[in-house]
Write a protein that binds this ligand. Sequence first.
Ligand SMILES: CC(=O)SCCNC(=O)CCNC(=O)[C@H](O)C(C)(C)COP(=O)(O)OP(=O)(O)OC[C@H]1O[C@@H](n2cnc3c(N)ncnc32)[C@H](O)[C@@H]1OP(=O)(O)O
Ligand SMILES: CC(C)C(=O)C(=O)O
Ligand SMILES: [Mg+2]
Length: 551
Amino acid sequence: MMNASKYKRQYYLPPETCMDWAKKDYIDKAPTWCSVDLRDGNQALVIPMSLEQKVEFFKLLVKIGFKEIEVGFPAASETEYTFLRTLIDRDLIPEDVTIQVLTQAREHIIRKTFEAVKGAPKAIVHVYNSTSVAQREQVFKKSKEEILKIAVDGAKLLKELAEQTEGNFQFEYSPESFTGTEPEYALEVCNAVIDVWQPTPENKCIINLPVTVEHSMPHVYASQVEYMCKHMLHRENVIVSLHPHNDRGCGVADSEMGILAGADRIEGTLFGNGERTGNVDIVTLGMNMYSQGVDPKLDFSDMPHICEVYEHCTGMSVGERSPYSGALVFAAFSGSHQDAIAKGMHWIEEKDPNRWTVPYLPIDPTDVGRNYDADVIRINSQSGKGGVGYILETKYGLNLPPKMREAMGYTAKGVSDHLHKELHPDEIFDLFKKTFENVAQPYSINEVHFQQKEVGITTKVTSTFNGRTITTEATGNGRLDAVSNALKKAYELKYTLEVYQEHALERSSSSKAIAYVGIKKPDGTMAWGAGVDPDIIRASIDALVTAINNR
Ligand SMILES: CC(=O)SCCNC(=O)CCNC(=O)[C@H](O)C(C)(C)COP(=O)(O)OP(=O)(O)OC[C@H]1O[C@@H](n2cnc3c(N)ncnc32)[C@H](O)[C@@H]1OP(=O)(O)O
Ligand SMILES: CC(C)C(=O)C(=O)O
Ligand SMILES: [Mg+2]
């Protein structure tokens, strides 16, 4: 049995109501992004990245467009230290990119960090100490004043070493475990740090408010952020940064509401890698903005490549349902969704090509390097005529009559259900051909001759049924009608010719046409056939014979 009574809330509300952010419904500009993949993401991996993997990942982050990248915890290990030196010594940091390094607020760790970062063209030195009730009591066993002193001493040492070290440095402070800290106390500590640094418009400092562990609903965090923003010393010279983790699965909501509450900057990772349930997923955050028409200033247009490098470097995998990036996130298997998507695609093509409104698809999959054919409409036993028809039309250029789409839809559903598998587009096309195209058993046509009469057409048809060949003559008001009448006469067939449609085959063959025929049987149900031939008359006769064979 589980025992909920051993838990109680571990978060603290601000001393005043801070809900102004709730009046906003829209993020109108991208925050400053800082990737912490190479530090927070890396420290959460079973096997942290090698030097080569970190270099490859760094290049990917630069290509995506990150301008601030926390590259590691240089005092942590030789690999971390060497990676930082490699970036600086091999001149791998583009001019418009600022690297960031993390250090505990401990003297020897800070000193080692400055040793590692010296010569960096631009670097953010990020110092942290935990301020939460739990850590004050259990880990540090120190009073509020003593914890504040750790932060202030760390801030002073950063300032001192920055002056003595070659390079350009900006400072960042995190009251780690902010979400388990009383907001008034977190504010007091942050303001004490800001007071040491005395930020200016030219050299702003960063105050990072981490959701080190996600304890509350996102609106509580947003209220805490709003409180901090409202009361922060030199707010105009402070960049307020958020660093949400995802323990309750609300990292994205924390970030979005936190931005509404006044934050300027987000630290997170690709696909939400990071400690425990991960850091906030910057792909989701950025693409959420993009899907509202706001440029996220990050380029995710080649998502498959981004996933590949991420998986290769971290050994993690991108989940199939991972927003905007997962293998299945654009896939529609169910019939009504496919139908709506197919109609939506036609709508934007014909009516409004500049605005994406396709039902069930929050963004155009091609914007992130995915494609309609392989990724969107996929066929299994949950699918219907809309999806099957869409695939036949868009991939193979077959524009089936609406009722024939339905017949083909049920045929595909039956096969998928029976085999218990997804049908790939080529399998659907093969199924169509096998079931509905030029089927010449048990009836087949050997020869057809026409003669134009004053009223209508006369035909002489030689056909075979069960090994017996006969020739019949008949008239009709057109060629197909005449052949149909001849076959009815030859075999006493009972049906009415209900649907006829034809078009050129542009995709599969430039010189052929396809005809579709639907016949109504005495019980009122339909049978369908298609014929493909360079000669449209021959194609229509083959379609008719196929429909007869499918009765
Ligand atoms: C929420 C986060 O993600 S924070 C980042 C966490 N990442 C990492 O820790 C990865 C890199 N860290 C490391 O490799 C190691 O911890 C090192 C090399 C930095 C330090 O190693 P060590 O000194 O051997 O161990 P450790 O980190 O456990 O030190 C714990 C001591 O530091 C103190 N401490 C921990 N964090 C801080 C901090 N941010 N500021 C000041 N003191 C701190 C603890 O209270 C403890 O003190 P005690 O010795 O008096 O008990
Ligand atoms: C070091 C800090 C910012 C951190 O990673 C966290 O609190 O999650
Ligand atoms: Mg973290």
